[in-house]
Design a protein around this ligand. Structure first.
Ligand code: PEP
Ligand code: MN
Length: 337
């Protein structure tokens, strides 16, 4: 349920409504906009049907939240969510680029890539230490050793770390090293894992499942939000269609669609979206033009030797050129990078 307060409602009016909700066992999330304060009441809404909340001083109207994803919806929170990670913000005016290898492979190589993406202007280093591979015979990641290399790269470059968590049993370990926890496409509907990342404070990048609808993605975000973690970044990374020239079909229409439905930041991963390096830069630029708040891009200096996703990885020099181009796209839409 959404409770809209009158423009002249006082702080006391607000507190009275919040106390009433609390006494009914509902949680009230306050969203203070420029002109109005809105309270989102989450819990068993049927309790509210017999409550004359509209008669409370300062209350203008009470409306149901129509979307099944309540906390993620724009109805619940009209203004954009901006997520702070250390000194960086995601979802604000400044675009954020998370770049690095698909997997952490070796210490020196990771440091080399970290320095390169930093120099090109990225603020986040991405790299998997736990890798979700289609084949059990393929490289599965360096696990804790890889996390340690990521932490060292952060120490040396100041880049913040984005890395994947695949299993609730590794939550403690990954949380210790990551600045942002990635939930991969294959785990978008691993509800146990979603609850686990929802009940801790690190921000989460939630990648869209390869055959998930936008609504299903938002319902998965709802799992995280409803556990109390409000720092969720949604990531479009391509979906499966009949088209097989590219690895997936990057659904850029999802960006404005999600933006209209939800207040959460949206980033795009063109690397997994297209699967071939030569199409990554055009789609990265298109993603920013479409309104994405940032990008997740795979970069590798020796793609032919990469343990995973070499064909879709940009050489550092190409990544650098992309960052230069992105600055111009950003300027055209009144954003910075
Ligand atoms: C990745 O980011 O390297 C990855 C495995 O992505 P996805 O979960 O989108 O396939
Ligand atoms: Mn990858």
């Amino acid at each position: 349920m959404i409770i809209v307060l009158k423009p002249d409602a006082t702080e006391e009016n607000l507190q009275t409504v919040l106390e009433k909700l609390k006494s009914l066992g509902l949680s009230g999330h306050v969203s203070k906009g420029e002109f109005r304060t809105i309270i989102g009441a989450i819990g068993d809404e049927s309790i509210l049907h017999n409550q004359p909340l509209e008669a409370f001083p300062g209350v203008e109207k009470v409306m149901p939240i129509l979307q099944p994803f309540k906390l993620a919806s724009r109805e619940f929170k009209p203004e954009d969510t901006v997520i702070r990670v250390d000194k960086q913000e995601i979802g604000g005016q400044k675009l954020q680029v998370m770049a690095g290898p698909c997997a952490v492979e070796e210490r020196e190589l990771l440091l080399e890539i970290a320095y390169q993406v930093k120099e090109s202007g990225a603020n986040f280093l991405r790299g998997g230490a736990f890798k979700p591979r289609t084949s059990p015979y393929n490289f599965q990641g360096l696990e804790e050793e890889g996390l340690k290399y990521l932490a060292e790269a952060r120490e040396k470059t100041g880049l913040l770390i984005v890395t994947e968590l695949m299993d609730p049993r590794e939550m403690g370990l990954v949380k210790e090293y990551a600045d942002i926890i990635q939930i991969g496409a294959r785990n978008m509907q691993n509800f146990r894992l979603l609850k686990e990342v929802g009940s801790q404070e690190k921000p989460v990048v939630l990648k869209r499942g390869m055959s998930a609808t936008v609504k299903e993605l938002l319902m998965s975000a709802e799992y995280i939000l409803s556990e109390g973690n409000h720092k969720v970044i949604l990531c479009e990374r391509g979906i499966r269609t009949f088209e097989n020239f590219t690895r997936n079909t990057l659904d850029l229409s999802a960006v404005p669609v999600i933006k209209s439905l939800s207040h959460l930041p949206v980033i795009v991963d063109p690397s997994h979206g297209v699967g071939k390096w030569e199409f990554v830069s055009p789609m990265a630029k298109a993603a920013i033009a479409a309104g994405a708040d940032g990008l997740l891009i795979e970069v590798h200096p020796y793609p032919e030797k990469a343990f995973s996703d070499g064909p879709q990885s940009l050489l550092p020099s190409r990544f650098k050129d992309l960052m230069t181009d992105l600055a111009r796209v950003a300027q055209a839409i009144n954003r910075t990078i």
